[in-house]
Design a protein around this ligand. Sequence first.
Ligand code: B1M
Length: 210
Amino acid sequence: MAKFEEMSQLLQKGRAKDLTALVNEELESGTPAKDILNNSLIVGMGEIGQRFKKNEVFVPEVLIAARAMNMALAVLKPALANAGVEHKGTVVICTVKGDLHDIGKNLVKMMIEGTGLKVVDLGVDCSAEKVIDAIKEYNADVVCLSALLTTTMLYQKEIIDAITAAGLRDKVKIMVGGAPVTQEFADKIGADFYTPDAASAAECASALFN
Ligand code: B1M
């Protein structure tokens, strides 16, 4: 449908005002909210993720598209709730203790939200206790740990060990990332997945529920 493509294009261009106007128009003309979400917004976010991966667009474009996505989601939210659309799964995300860098984490969060998963953001400087409480409170399926410093990446292991000690290791998949993190490091600390960027993190999280 041409309107789905148009909304996808508006999202990718970050034209939030035009996008939300069109989303409203489509809702009013009877297009189901979940069709707008699945056939247009998620497709658009997926496209921008692919282009980000290929270095065809950069952080500002992704942030602008993600902002448009969030504004469109806010318009859709009441209709989605009424339609009984449920999230496929719940992801808890944070930047680990001692680390205040949140731009990459926010990108990962937005890209994962773009796949239709619910994301609980615990912010920065996040302790193992806070992660464990959130896994229990939100019945989380996936934990995403971001670290930007060579010193704080070590705390990713502490969180994984604490999750194991709390008896929750079999309940959640753990994804790690951030500039100094590597596949080798992720294997060493017992993470389930390492992804180098926001787009592949979203792909990885989404694939867990397909
Ligand atoms: Co800081 N900083 N910083 N800093 N900072 C770095 C990381 C650094 C590399 C700069 C440098 O020296 N060249 C360096 C780290 C060196 C090291 O450890 N090897 C550094 C340092 C040393 C510090 C301080 C210690 C400086 C000081 O005070 N002396 C201090 C530490 C504060 C703290 O955290 N306790 C500090 C502070 C800051 C600011 C507050 C000023 C600011 C952060 C603002 C904010 O985030 N709100 C800042 C910034 C902006 C940077 C740089 C310039 C940019 C980071 C960034 O946002 N990149 C950075 C240098 C650089 O990277 N060029 C630097 C853009 C972002 C989109 O990329 O976060 O890598 P990134 O995220 C990517 C991937 O890594 C991945 O996806 C994202 C997008 O594709 N990814 C994941 C991230 N998390 C993921 C999780 C996943 C999967 C993928 O799964 C769970």
